[in-house]
Design a protein around this ligand. Structure first.
Ligand SMILES: [Ca+2]
Length: 159
């Protein structure tokens, strides 16, 4: 009995310390500011960003999709730039399977950065697989979209 009581009284401060650490850690993560960045889409896949607080476009394994790039750009404070470097160079089609996130913050999405660009847009943003949704929807900030072919969306391609 005496041993058990002694253990309990030793254990308590440890538990209190853990809880305190958790309480301190939570606001630090959620309040973290991530400054605007240049984000490079390197994939035609469609996965979401895994962690916004890291400031890095990563849908897993270093894959940066357009969806993840928009999510990360929306989260970052300030005007981001989204460029493209999808292998192989040349024409690439991104065909999301659901609506892309609204662009809620100033961003430049620049399809002319895709290697192989020589004056005619070669990044196609296709709505063929996305269902009855809009293409790129800009709802906040002053944004620039250039060098994209936005087509086959059931509703508005871009607004
Ligand atoms: Ca991220």
């Amino acid at each position: 009995m005496e041993v058990a009581v002694a253990r309990l009284s030793i254990g308590r401060p440890g538990v209190v310390a853990l809880v305190a650490a958790a309480l301190l850690a939570l606001p630090a993560v959620s309040a973290r500011r991530v400054d605007a960045a240049t984000i490079v889409v390197n994939s035609t896949l469609d996965g979401p960003d895994l962690l916004l607080a890291d400031g890095v476009c990563d849908a897993g394994g270093g894959v940066c999709t357009l969806r993840a790039a928009i999510q990360q750009a929306n989260f970052n404070v300030g005007a981001d730039t989204i460029n493209f470097n999808i292998t192989p160079s040349g024409v690439e089609t991104i065909a999301p399977t659901t609506a892309l996130p609204d662009v809620t913050d100033a961003v430049t999405i620049d399809g002319t950065t895709q290697p192989g660009f020589t004056g005619t847009p070669i990044i196609e943003l296709s709505g063929a697989n996305a269902g009855a949704v809009d293409g790129l929807k800009l709802t906040g900030g002053s944004s620039t979209i250039r060098g994209l072919v936005i087509n086959r969306w059931a509703r508005t391609a871009s607004r």
